[in-house]
Structures are given as C-alpha cells and as structure tokens.
Design a binder for this molecule. Structure first.
Ligand code: NTF
Length: 829
C-alpha cells in the first residue's frame, strides 16, 4: 500500500481517492460489457485486457486533446523525431504508471479477483524496430512527454513487426509477427482526414515561364494514413503523439473494368494489396544496409507524409514559413530518414514557391541528424538509377544540392579532387545518404564520447574539418521510469524508502544511495530484491524451457542482437573453456554460473544464425552432463523483445557488454543493467567507457583492446590469430573443439573456425580471449564475497543517473533543437 502510493501517486480525476477503486471496478465491468457484450465471468483475459486498455485510453484522450490545444495556444516549439523504427514496448503498464492510475487499477481489479499482471501479459509487444536504435527512439518519446516538451515521433505502422523467432534443434526460424491480428491496435487513433498523398515514379517536365516550374507526371500516388499512439508524460497531464503512417488505397471510387478475361474487381483488389504492401514489413537487418527498392520507398513514404503534414499544420496555424526553424525542429534518427533534407526543399520550392537560397537556409536550420553507427556495412548508398527512377524530382533536388555543395568545397579546397569526391553527395554512381544528412543539417551528433570522437577523426573527419561547429556528442540515455519503476518495482520502492522519491524526477539524486553502501540492512534488502527477481526469471525459464536454474548462481546475461561485432561467440568460447576446466578436473572449485543469451539474428546473416546454433549445442552438452553437476547452465531465451528485457535485466548479476572496441556506437542495454544493479563486464567501447568513468575501476570489469589499438591494427593489416592458437593451449583446445566432433555436428561450426583462424579474426576474439577469461575469473571470485558484491551493485545504481533519457533529451533540447524553456532536470546544473 505504502509502497504503491509512494511511487505512483493517484491521479484519477472522476473519482475521489477514497472511492476510486470501487468506481474503477464498476467502470471496468461496464466496459467489458460494452466492448464485448459479455459479463465479466465469461470474458477471457484478452477481452479483459482490451476493456482495460480502452478504459485507460479515455484518460489519455482528454489529455491528448488538452495538450494539443495548450501547445497551439502557447505556440510552443515542436520537435518531430523521424525514425524508421520505434520499439515502444507494452503500453498498458507504462500508461497506468504515467497517468498515476496504477494503484487504483490494481486494487479495483483485485476487488473483482483479477490480477493486473495477468492482463498486462495479454498485450502484444509491438516489434516495430530491430534493437537499440528503435528502443532509444521510444525512450526519448517518454522523456519528451515527461519533461513537458512538445516532441512527437513519426514512423511507419508496419503491418508485421520484426519477425518472430522460434528455435528448432538450435536453428533459428522466422515467422511473421502478426501484431495487428485484430486489425487494429488498442492504443491508436486512426485519422483518415489527415491522409497525405505520396508520389513515386513518373517523370518531371520543366516549364520555364519567367521562373522554372517542375511538373511531376505519370506518377503512382499512394495514400499515407496516420495512426496516432498517445505518449503520456510521467504524472504531468501531458500526452504527446507517436504518429505512424500506413499505406492504404481506397477503392470505393475505383471502377472495375470487366475485360475479356473476366477478372473485373479482382484486379482492383489485387492492385490495392500490392500497393499497401509498402508498409507491410520492417526490414530485419540491424546495423546492415539492405539496398532494396522497397526500403527506399518506405523511407520516402515516411519522410514525405510526415513533412507534408508538419508543414500543413504550420501553415494552417497561419505561421510564416520563414519562421519554420523557430517554430519546429525535424530530427532524423540515423541516415534512414535523410531524404527529409531533399523533401523539405521540394515542398518549400515546388509547393510553397520559395526560392532556393531561402529554402536551403530554412531546411538546414530546421533539420538535425544523429548518427548511430560507424560500421561501413550500415552506411546507406543508393544506386543512382534506382533512386532517380523512384524519386525523379527528389533526385533533381539532390543533384542541385550536390552541385552547390561541391562548388563550395572547390572554393575551400581548390584542386583537391580526392577530398571533394570523398565528401560529395553523389559519387561513384550512388547517392550517399550520410553526406546528404550532414550537408542538410545544422547539428550532427554521435551517441557516446568515443563514437563522436571516431566520427570526427575518422568516419566524418572531412566534414568535421569543414564545419566543426555542427558536430557534438550526446551520450544516449534510457528511461528509468520503464527500466526501474516498471521493470523493477521492488528496487524502486526500496530506493524510495532509503532516499525518498525525488530521484524519479531527478535521477542524479540516486547518488545518495552511496550513503547506504555500508548499511547492512539496506544491503540485505537489496540482495533480497535481486533474489526475488532471479526467482521470477528462473520460474519463467523453468516453465518455458523446462530448465532449472540455480537462483543462487551468478546470472550472467548477454542479450542483444546476434552480430559478429557484439561477440556472443567470445562468451561461448569462455564457457567452453570453463567446461574444459571441469572435464580436466571434475572437482574444480567453480562458482555456479548461469549464462543467459537472447537475441535475433538477421534472417540472411548465416554466421549469426550459426552462433545461435553454437549456443544451443553448448547448452545441450553442458546442461545434461552429470560431471558439471549443475555448476554451469546455458539458456537461450527465444524471441527476444522489450518484455523479455524487462524480465531478464532485473534478475541478472552480470551484464555482458563485450563488443570489439570502436564498433558499438554506444549501447543502451549496458545502462539498463547498470540501473538495476548488475555489474558490467565490458570492453572500453561506446557508453561502457562512460559507465567505467562513473563507477570507477572497482565496480566494473573491463578488459581487451582499446578502440585506438583496434583501429591501429586495421591500419596495419590486422594480426595473425595462429600465433595465439600456438601460444595459448586454451585457445587451441576450444578452436579444435569447434571442428573435431566435440559437438555432434562436425562441420556445423567450420565458418566460425575459419573466421577466427583463417580469415584473420576480424573482430579480435582470440586477441581479447585471455584477458576476457582473466576478468571472468576475477569477477566470479568477487561475486562470492557477497558484501563486496553488494557494494558494487549499489555503486552501479547510484551512478546511473547520468544515463537517464531525460538528461540526454535535455541536452538535445538545449544544444540541438534550441527549445526556449530549460527542461527541469537541467535547471539545477
Ligand atoms: C545502434 N545503431 C548502435 O549499434 C548502438 O550502439 C546504439 O546504442 C544504438 O544505435 C542507439 O544509439 C543502429 O542500430 C544502426 F542502425 F544505426 F546501426
């Protein structure tokens, strides 16, 4: 009772606090009847969930309308965050928390003998993103609303989300993620009256009568229908929107022609489905660019529909277009929406009749860009012919931008063709999207200090030299409301009891927890919370996979996309080595460990899929070996999503963050583990470095090559992994085990073996292996000293304040979007 009122408060406007639960129960029962024509007794949990979500939506609706009206009246500067991906996670629990309804709802349902947690479990977890980039976008939406800033997401309403992963015999299989089974999502508002039309293909005719006019003809026009998902701020009455666009064709007025084949309306309907397939699926590649026509089409569809509707709203409000940069900001999340630069130019030039210089000035002052990766395979470069055929007018504009840009470069660097070519937006038969994004933005940011440094010194060094004032770093942040209050309510409660609840509004206050590092009763209570979370996780694993895990064991989790640079395979090699130590000495004193893996591999990424197979082969071998005596368990959780992360992170002791240094732009899982008291084992890359700086050497386990060392190796042609093979018996043994029948699949892991030994070990797994094993041993020894370990956990939570999304977002507000008001969490600094 006390706990809930402390961390959620109650803000239920149509009932007073005393009778709230009862009225809630009545309203809920009536809603089940209204929605399903059923009494509560005969309604299924899914039906109850839908009725509850619908009830909660009524609270959101009013606030959504009020927020919109208030913004209009105050003429507040708006931010539009354009992203091809959003991973919002389940919304019911988040909305209850943010609306302050958690307590009244939980208790009202309890009166009806309904367990809220069971209804929460009925919600689909929308998988409209691949991983970190999409989840970050969702965290920022939460922060924008919670800080009371007018920030909205613009994305695509994919009919099917990221594929559902099922593993059979260790092999990943993909199934469509049919998240809109019922045809709609319970949170969204369809707004057909705000439909925009997006044009593809055709040709452009130029007419010169005093001024040049560009007539776009013979194009295919596709309707973009917006669906708005309300995003509630944390107990502040604000509700912003996430606007998702869907490709739709209205055939009501389309005559069916009955030709001699007698097909009639069949053709019309078939065409409708073909056109609408534009927004059917999310591309499942993470950090890899897929040069497919449909992807470019999706990018333009999102950008064009969003910008048309943003400009229309601006003009309807009778605002001057020249004031656009003062009235709104358009942010592009990685290069995927960078067509926004050309589309904004098109709208200003062709639709609103402005001149080039003025349009360019408005565009560059309105748009800003975040880069999220330096991996070359993720850099988008579209072939000219494909680009030009699909977007003829946009291509003309990109050509003009490129010409003017190159002229400027020529003035700066006369004769330096090589430099100009390296920076050109159109070069080598392709359109370079990152170059377009940089040229068209007034701010370009990286997502961690080291990543920004690599952008400045390497990946974008020419651009940095040209316009250093554009570049800045904003280290990512995540919402502690979802990742602490919702995912780990017992920890949140414990913290409130110790230091009060001000940390919820200002996570820097978590520092006060350091005063409790020597307080036995607090340390005990914290250990108890962790144990309860481990138990919850263990129960899930037992129920789902029939694997019993030891809740006293060290739970070590590696959960993220499966990718060679994230080095799940190095984790596997360490577990093999640990196992070998038991085989060599069955009585070896080994700290009991549970290794948890979860993550999807891109369907076309053979080696990543084989890593999943390898993890399963290892689990099969170890989990059933009587010699191991349950001292090691390996578990792979299928179909990793936001909800799984909410379960695994609070129940973990150790957070695996072991990418090849220089490759992980930032990482955000690392922050979520940290704020839940897990200790990081990590390389000095991305935000791991910031975590290390925050917690100090004693509270993190770092190892391996630094980014500078890795980059130096690349410059000098790599290293020879066979040297390590010959020097380190442990490495030799695990390498041989990949191919010598140790696993009952002799040729299955040949690709891994070859990548490590015969192809130069591009990700430096063998190079970092010895140090990794060493810190793993150190970590296990420190884990058994529970007092010492508890202090590490506290230090991690206490120093996690700077990784709150509110801090990151506030930095954007101040340094990128130039929002007039200072967000509250920056006011005190
Ligand atoms: C990801 N980038 C990075 O790989 C992560 O390190 C980072 O934490 C997140 O972005 C969020 O910034 C991508 O997913 C992409 F698409 F850019 F490759």
């Amino acid at each position: 009772m006390q706990r809930e009122s402390q961390i959620t408060g109650t803000n239920f406007d149509f009932v007073d606090a005393m009778s709230g639960e009862e009225d809630f129960a009545i309203a809920f029962t009536a809603n089940v009847m209204k929605l399903h024509g059923k009494s509560l007794d005969s309604a299924s949990n899914r039906e109850k969930y839908l009725a509850l979500a619908d009830l909660v939506r009524t609270f959101l609706s009013k606030r959504l309308a009020d927020t919109e009206a208030a913004y209009r009246q105050e003429q507040k500067k708006q931010v539009y965050y354009l992203s091809l991906e959003f991973l919002p996670g389940r919304l019911l629990a988040a909305n209850l928390l943010n609306l302050g309804l958690q307590q009244v709802c939980e208790q009202g349902l309890r009166r009806l003998n309904i367990n809220l947690a069971e209804l929460i479990d009925q919600e689909e977890d929308p998988a409209l993103g691949n991983g970190g980039l999409g989840r970050l976008a969702a965290c920022y939406l939460d922060s924008m609303a919670s800080l009371g800033l007018a920030g909205h997401g613009c994305g695509i309403r994919y009919r099917y989300g990221l594929f559902e992963q099922r593993v059979t015999d260790g092999y990943q299989r993909e199934f469509p993620d049919n998240w809109l089974k019922e045809g709609r999502n319970e949170w969204e508002y369809r707004r057909p009256e705000e439909t925009m039309n997006v044009r593809f293909g055709g040709r452009v005719r130029t007419i010169a009568n005093g001024k040049l006019h560009f007539i776009h003809e013979n194009y295919q026009q596709i309707s973009a229908v917006p669906y708005d998902i309300p995003i509630a701020g944390y107990q502040n009455e604000i509700v912003n929107t996430l606007r998702l666009w869907s490709a739709e064709v209205d055939v009501t007025y389309q005559a069916c022609t009955f030709d001699r084949h007698g097909k009639g309306c069949i053709n019309v309907i078939a065409d409708k489905h073909a056109t609408e397939s534009l927004t059917d699926t999310l591309y499942p590649d993470d950090s890899v660019y897929e040069g497919k026509l449909l992807r470019l089409k999706q990018q333009y569809f999102l950008v064009s529909a969003s910008l048309q509707s943003i400009l229309r709203k601006h003009v309807v409000n009778k605002a001057d277009l020249r004031l656009l940069p003062e009235k709104l900001s358009i942010h592009i999340n990685d290069t995927h929406p960078s067509l926004a630069v050309a589309e904004l130019m098109r709208l200003l030039l062709d639709e609103y009749g402005l001149g080039w210089a003025e349009s360019w000035d408005i565009t560059t002052r309105t748009i800003s860009y975040t880069n999220h990766t330096v991996l070359p395979e993720a850099l988008e470069k579209w072939p000219i012919d494909l680009f030009q055929t699909l977007l003829p007018r946009i291509y003309m504009i990109v050509q003009e931008i490129n010409e003017r840009f190159c002229r400027e470069l020529w003035d700066m660097y006369p004769g330096d063709w090589q430099k100009i070519k390296a920076m050109a937006i159109i070069a080598d038969g392709t359109v370079h999207m990152a170059a377009l994004a940089i040229a068209g933005s007034h701010r370009v940011n990286g997502v961690s200090a080291i990543h920004t440094q690599i952008l400045k010194q390497k990946t974008m060094s020419d651009f940095y030299q040209l316009t250093p004032q554009k570049f800045l770093n904003i280290t990512n942040g995540v919402t502690h409301r979802r990742w602490m209050l919702l995912a780990n309510p017992d920890l949140a409660q414990l913290i409130c009891e110790a230091i009060g609840d001000r940390w919820i509004a200002n996570p820097d206050e978590l520092q006060h927890l350091l005063n409790f590092a020597h307080d036995n009763s607090f340390c005990c209570a914290m250990a108890k919370v962790k144990f309860a979370n481990k138990l919850r996780l263990a129960k899930y694993i037992q129920a789902k996979y029939g694997i019993a895990i030891d809740t006293c064991s060290l739970i070590d989790s590696h959960i993220k996309r499966i990718h060679a640079y994230k080095r799940q395979s190095m984790n596997v090699l360490h577990i093999m080595d640990l196992y070998n130590r038991i085989l060599d000495n069955p009585h070896a004193d080994i700290v009991p460990r549970t290794f948890i893996f979860a993550g999807k591999a891109a369907p076309g990424y053979y080696k990543a899929k084989q890593t999943i197979k390898l993890i399963h082969a290892l689990a099969e071998k170890i989990n059933h070996d009587p010699l191991v005596k349950n001292r090691i368990k390996v578990v792979f959780l299928q179909n990793y999503n936001v909800s799984h992360a909410e379960l695994i992170i609070p129940g973990s002791d150790v957070s695996e963050q072991i990418p090849t240094a220089s490759m992980e732009a930032c990482g955000t899982g690392n922050m979520k583990f940290m704020m839940n008291g897990a200790v990081t084992i990590g390389t000095l890359d991305g935000a791991n470095i910031a975590i290390w700086e925050a917690v100090g050497d004693d509270n993190i386990f770092t190892f391996g090559l630094t980014a500078d060392q890795v980059l130096a190796y690349y410059r000098n042609g790599g290293y020879n992994p066979w040297d390590i093979y010959h020097q380190d018996l442990r490495v030799k043994t695990v390498m041989e085990q990949l191919v010598n029948g140790f696993f009952p699949y002799p040729e299955e892991f040949r690709a891994h073996y070859d990548a490590f030994l015969n192809q130069g070990d591009h990700y430096f797994v063998l190079k970092d292996f010895a140090q990794y094993v060493e810190v793993q041993n150190k970590l296990a020894n420190e884990f058994i000293n529970t007092e010492l370990w508890q202090k590490k956990c506290i230090a991690n939570v206490a120093h996690s304040g700077i990784f709150a999304g509110d801090r990151a977002f506030a930095e954007y507000a101040l340094s990128v979007w130039d929002l007039a008001e200072r967000p509250p969490c920056l006011r005190q600094h």
